[in-house]
Design a protein around this ligand. Structure first.
Ligand SMILES: Cc1ncc(COP(=O)(O)O)c(C=O)c1O
Length: 382
């Protein structure tokens, strides 16, 4: 039996007190205790800048890119380092063609950083954003694939909907995009690390994920996968380190027209990010060691338990076929009861309210006891 098949709760790696039930990774995950030590060390290094070597500008970010590439079946050179989803989307907008009359498809209630760029792009090109309505039966994939035709230039969607975790089958969406000549731009912030994903299966044009939720990393740190077919594109900014030969600090004013190879040109300025990079690296090492398959299996056990208990209480949840392993919305029909989130927080139980749902988001530090505590509180409060 491999270590991946015996995945167990990782609470001991985090600083979550016994009295706290934290089921809100979709809002923000904690980082691990060990990562805090690394972060303290990386902040302290700024006390002694003379100890920062030129290799420190390159090696740690390259390591972070390599770990992300390993996670998604890409090559390290396909990865750029970005601070936010909106930054990655700006890159996609800048590098995808769009003609007047064409369509950009998005899902209803998609996260705003994955909506506003398309609205502005459509306006600039006399194109239109078409919103796929929320399917009654929870099957986003069928609705989305049905809407992809020859007039669609771009499909912009997640793997798990941020409001309730309802799932999109990206392999099918990728196939349908390719058949119709549409580009595919993914925001996997709410799924990468805990849901298996490979660019080899899906072939997106751009894939973006920030680390402060499911990737157990810091805020303002994320990754952009750029398909090889776009790697000669135009970055949103021109940074010195993105240019060929930038490791030779003595010759930076021998201005270079060429970029470093691969997707590096799309990285944000100051991508070396000395303080945050070690924290992101530590988290990616752990996640890759555990493996998204094993994590998903573990979390879907908890999410199934949440779904069963919610249904027993008369709350509506997505069918198992259409929900993700880690994130679930408990639909209160007429909208979540006012103050419920705060009443739960007063009992040290933390979830989010999004739209008409209580959003419950279990990560590797959660266990069955957390689920029991949530439902015994809900039974009291509802
Ligand atoms: C699906 C999704 N994408 C992106 C973000 C964050 O976007 P940005 O990095 O542009 O602030 C969030 C934050 O909640 C999110 O849920």
């Amino acid at each position: 039996m491999t270590s991946r098949s015996v995945f167990t709760c990782k609470k001991h790696l985090f600083d979550i007190p016994e009295h706290v039930t934290y089921l809100n990774a979709a809002y923000m995950s904690p980082i691990m205790k060990e990562a805090v030590i690394m972060g303290q060390q990386s902040v302290a290094r700024k006390l002694h800048p003379w100890e920062t070597d030129i290799s420190d500008f390159f090696d740690p970010p390259d390591r972070a890119s390599t770990l992300m590439a390993d996670m998604i079946g890409a090559r390290p050179r396909d990865i750029a380092l970005i601070p936010s989803v909106s930054y990655g989307m700006a890159t996609a907008v800048r590098n995808l063609p769009l003609s007047a009359g064409q369509k950009i498809l998005v899902l209803a209630d998609q996260f705003p950083s994955h909506i506003y760029p398309w609205q502005e792009m459509a306006k600039a090109h006399q194109a239109q954003v078409v919103t796929i309505p929320r399917p009654q039966n929870g099957d986003w994939t069928a609705y989305l694939c049905d809407a992809i035709d020859q007039d669609v230039a771009i499909v912009a969607c997640p793997n798990a909907h941020w409001t309730d975790g309802s799932r999109v089958d990206l392999v099918k969406v990728g196939q349908t995009c390719r058949k119709n000549g549409a580009a595919l731009v993914l925001d996997l912030t709410q799924s990468l690390g805990v849901m298996p994903f490979s660019v080899r299966d899906v072939d997106p044009d751009f894939m973006i994920a920030v680390t402060y939720k499911w990737l157990l990393g810091p805020y303002s740190y994320g990754f952009l996968y750029v398909a090889p077919r776009h790697q000669n594109g135009v970055p949103v900014e021109e940074n010195w380190i993105a240019r060929k030969g930038s490791e030779d600090f003595a010759r930076l004013v021998d201005y270079q027209p060429e970029y470093r190879p691969g997707a590096d040109r799309f990285s944000v300025g100051e991508r070396s990010n000395f303080m945050l990079t070690p924290i992101a690296i530590h988290a990616l090492e752990m996640l890759n060691e555990w493996g998204a398959d094993a994590i998903a299996t573990y979390l879907s056990g908890l999410t199934d338990m949440i779904a069963d208990k919610a249904q027993d209480m008369g709350l509506k949840v997505a069918d198992k076929a259409h929900r993700s392993p880690h994130l679930i919305g408990l639909d209160f029909k007429g909208g979540a009861q006012g103050g419920l989130r705060d009443s739960l927080a007063a009992r040290n139980i933390f979830v989010s309210v999004r739209g008409h749902s209580i959003r419950v988001a279990a990560h590797v530090y959660n266990d069955q006891q957390d689920v029991e505590k949530l439902f015994s509180a809900l039974e009291d409060l509802l």
